[in-house]
Unconditional design. Sequence first.
Length: 256
Amino acid sequence: MGDQPDSTGESASDTENQSTRAARVPIVQIVNVQRTYSATVALDGVTLEIGAGESVAIVGRSGSGKSTLLNILGLLDAPTSGEVTIDGERVTGSGDRARSRRRARDLGFVFQRAHLIGNLTVLENVQLGPRYSGLPEPLARAAALEAIASVDLTHRAQALARTLSGGEMQRVAIARTIARPVRLWLADEPTGNLDSSQSNEIIELLKERAREHGAALVVVTHESDIARRLDRVITLSDGRIVSDTGPRTPTSSDSS
């Protein structure tokens, strides 16, 4: 016998097919994207897809287009031409307000600098992340405390940000990002102020959170050890993708 429809008129197979289709929608899809500044071509015909739960390293020499690509994915810049789709929604040509709403709802950032507010505590700084996403105060506080614990800074939760070391500041910035329920995390050299052990732990944490939430993680890095820990490595040169390892199955050595 075939699947029987439920009270909504949909059969089990219909529901399963819809779920499968939704799972196949990439978090990021950009097609033939070009970005020029006067006579300078920063991106030249870049096309790529990034799936849910996938972690991707963007590598390349200085001036290769890494930061420009990250800014376009983060809706901080717009392509000169081409199409950009985030989580199934076309964002090319969106106005400033629409892009701001999308950033607040679906995007999380870790920049090279922590951008903390010095006269706020660690907890207050991290709470800004979930508040920006619109979480009610009790949920924002709970999410912030859990994120702070995940980067081993519970003992510094009430410390003012200006009293932290550089490495601690960067871990707070990462906690502020992972406290938010987003679809796409973008990180620009997120481990630059951390030692190798802390760097590996933070990258594994970001990967784990992305998989748990069905989100995508994109990391711009100059560190080959960090790039190898991610599911996929994309190399840029002169604004073009010259190498893409494609998705891979993580091995036991990735977490060592």
